[in-house]
Design a protein around this ligand. Structure first.
Ligand code: NAP
Length: 294
């Protein structure tokens, strides 16, 4: 049931949720826009989604994470172009109609844009072909980039399906798949990449010593983006910085995708300088929550 007061109700749904940054992040965005908004966590196991979807649709809006990004789609009235393109929904605006959006892509593109990186006609290396890697590869190909998706053996069928989907969207797309250990030989033959994007969980807390690519690969890239936001500064980013390579962290993407949700829910706009400060605030919070975070 919607609350009768002016205070509106929002939530994150997924399963399991454990530690999530979404409540403090969205609460801060409501405060920054001078709005009253309650943001709760609704952990819903997959087998309960159909019986509890009314609870979600009665809210003013909600965010969706694993495993419901696809499962929520049949319950929505409409999908935005980006949700249709990526086949995944992470933000829903409720009301007379429920509309599903994908703001992960906004987060990715805007985090890079704030760092001065435009996804146009670049050589891009994407590590991983899961939900985030898929989105990064599609977006880069649509921007005319020459894209290599590097995967481990178990991801080959998934990556081949991704390449086929991209070619269906853009027949002249420059998309190739290679195994992780084929990256260095490829660099030897063709030179480095303008941008490396990590879309694997390698390096995420608690296994923060791990790195998804060898140092020789990192050195051959003009900019490094890591989707991981815990820790804020992964070993991948540390190594890139040590070589003087510009870096962008996953917290920036997380914050910008949340900003895009508020633009959809309320039409609010935020100053990029304030969002930069919020990104730093959230990075500090993540290291406090997980201790030992960098
Ligand atoms: P996902 O769908 O599970 O995909 C993960 C990908 O990484 C798969 O291709 C997987 O391969 C691969 N992978 C996993 N472990 C690996 C390893 N040890 N070596 C090589 N490849 C490995 O996950 P996702 O949703 O795309 O998320 C990926 C990362 O992005 C996570 O760290 C997540 O936290 C982060 N993320 C950040 C944001 C943000 O806003 N900053 C948003 C979304 C995701 P297999 O298919 O073979 O298992």
């Amino acid at each position: 049931m919607k609350p009768s007061s002016k205070r509106r109700a929002f939530a994150l749904t997924g399963y399991p949720l454990g530690h999530t940054m979404s409540p403090p992040l969205h609460q801060r965005l409501f405060e920054m826009a001078g709005r009253e908004g309650e943001y709760q966590v609704l952990e819903i196991p997959p087998e309960e989604l159909s019986s509890r979807v009314e609870e979600l649709l009665a809210l003013d809006g909600f965010n969706v994470t694993i495993p419901h990004k696809l499962g929520i789609i049949p319950y929505l009235d409409e999908l935005s172009d980006s949700a249709r393109r990526y086949g995944a929904v992470n933000t829903v605006k409720c009301g007379e109609k429920s509309i599903g959006y994908n703001t992960d892509v906004d987060g990715f593109v805007r985090a890079l844009a704030e760092a001065g990186v435009e996804l146009k006609n670049k050589r891009v290396l994407v590590l991983g072909a899961g939900g985030a890697g898929r989105m990064m590869a599609i977006e880069s190909c649509l921007g005319g980039c020459d894209v290599v998706v590097a995967i481990r053996m178990s991801s080959v069928p998934r990556a081949e399906a991704l390449a086929a989907d991209i070619r269906a969207l853009r027949p002249d797309a420059k998309i190739r798949i290679c195994l992780m250990d084929e990256i260095l030989p490829l660099i030897g033959e063709e030179g480095g990449f303008d941008l490396l994007c990590n879309a694997t969980p390698v390096g995420m807390y608690p296994k923060t010593d791990a790195m998804p690519a060898q140092e020789e690969v990192i050195k051959a890239c003009g900019c490094v983006f890591d989707a991981i936001y815990n820790p804020g500064r992964t070993r991948l980013l540390e190594v890139a910085q040590r070589h003087g390579i510009p870096t962008v962290g996953g917290m920036s993407m997380l914050v910008w995708q949340a900003v895009a949700a508020h633009e959809i829910w309320d039409g609010d706009r935020y100053d990029p300088g304030d969002i930069q400060k919020l990104t730093e605030e959230m990075s500090q919070l993540v290291s406090l929550q997980f201790g030992g975070g960098k």
